[in-house]
Design a protein. Structure first.
Length: 290
């Protein structure tokens, strides 16, 4: 089985608020153990978390070994105050504050740094990304600082310009990447960034009745077209489902994500090898080197 390159142990795919509230005062270890069981059942032995604000993924790292799982965490994700990201991490105002957060994550045992450079897809309306993207110079500086500290960077990013900026800044992986134009796909394919498109965060919403299927189907199709063009252009992708996101379940999510790729490309040896290669690059880069 493939590894899960993007999960949030703090969420459950059902009810975000309730899932988070459980851990508000104290991390509930039994909940994490149940999730790890779900991964073990599916034969998943590698998980890269996207972080949370309550120390849940930090605790998860301590018990993952009991399940034979190699688990990596950024501890918390880092966002700029006033921009998207509060639900999974901590915020900064200035670059000095950002650097302090990077150091704090390292102190708390982070394996890599997770940054948020844009908002999320508004599933109600095709083409819309919530909030404002960070400026190119800011992203550059953030990546530079993390790399100076010897840490790889996982970047939550949507939209063409933001993806181009992130690729140029040298993020080690780009997460989501919805709504990319050809130029952005090419920039990503030409860079050493691994793209983790989390296709099922869109696909699994079809028929869930929370959003209009016609909008979701349009987002799905644009994502499929982009990942096809990306692969054709020589880019490297990896499988991550954003497990814990709405309708994406732990363990099952990564199976769904693989199926999404199979639907787009057809299941064959080359596809498997390509995805395995992406996972290997994630495993190799997203570890502490000190
Ligand atoms: Zn995520």
């Amino acid at each position: 089985m493939f590894g899960e390159c993007h999960a949030h142990m703090i969420m459950d795919g059902v009810n975000y608020r309730e899932a988070v509230a459980q851990h508000q005062n104290k991390v509930q270890e039994e909940v994490l153990r149940r999730r790890f069981e779900q991964y073990r059942e599916k034969g998943v032995s590698f998980i890269r978390d996207g972080g949370d604000a309550l120390g849940v993924s930090r605790r998860a790292k301590e018990i993952a070994g009991d399940y034979g799982i190699d688990y990596r965490t950024p501890v918390f994700a880092i966002h700029k105050v006033g921009h998207y990201g509060r639900i999974v991490g901590r915020g900064f105002h200035t670059m000095e504050e950002y650097r302090a957060l990077v150091k704090e994550a390292i102190k708390q045992g982070a394996d890599f740094i997770k940054i948020m450079t844009t908002g999320i897809v508004d599933f109600h309306t095709y083409g819309v990304i919530t909030g404002e993207a960070l400026k190119r110079e800011e992203v550059k500086e953030m990546v530079k600082i993390a790399h100076q500290e010897g840490m790889a960077v996982m970047s939550h990013t949507n939209g063409s310009q933001a993806a181009i900026d992130a690729a140029e800044a040298g993020v080690d992986s780009l997460e989501h990447g919805n709504y990319l134009n050809k130029e952005a796909v090419e920039a990503l394919a030409d860079s050493s960034t691994v793209w983790v498109p989390t296709l099922v965060t869109v696909r699994n919403l079809i028929g869930c009745s929370r959003y209009e299927d016609s909008q979701i189907e349009r987002i799905r199709e644009s994502g499929a077209e982009n990942i096809r063009y990306f692969r054709k252009s020589g880019g490297q992708a990896a499988l991550g489902s954003d497990a814990g996101a709405h309708c994406v379940y732990h363990g099952q999510g990564i199976c769904d994500e693989y199926q999404a790729f199979c639907t787009i490309f057809g299941e064959n040896r080359e596809l498997k090898d390509w995805l395995k290669q992406g996972e290997d690059r994630i495993k190799e880069k997203f570890r502490r080197c000190r």
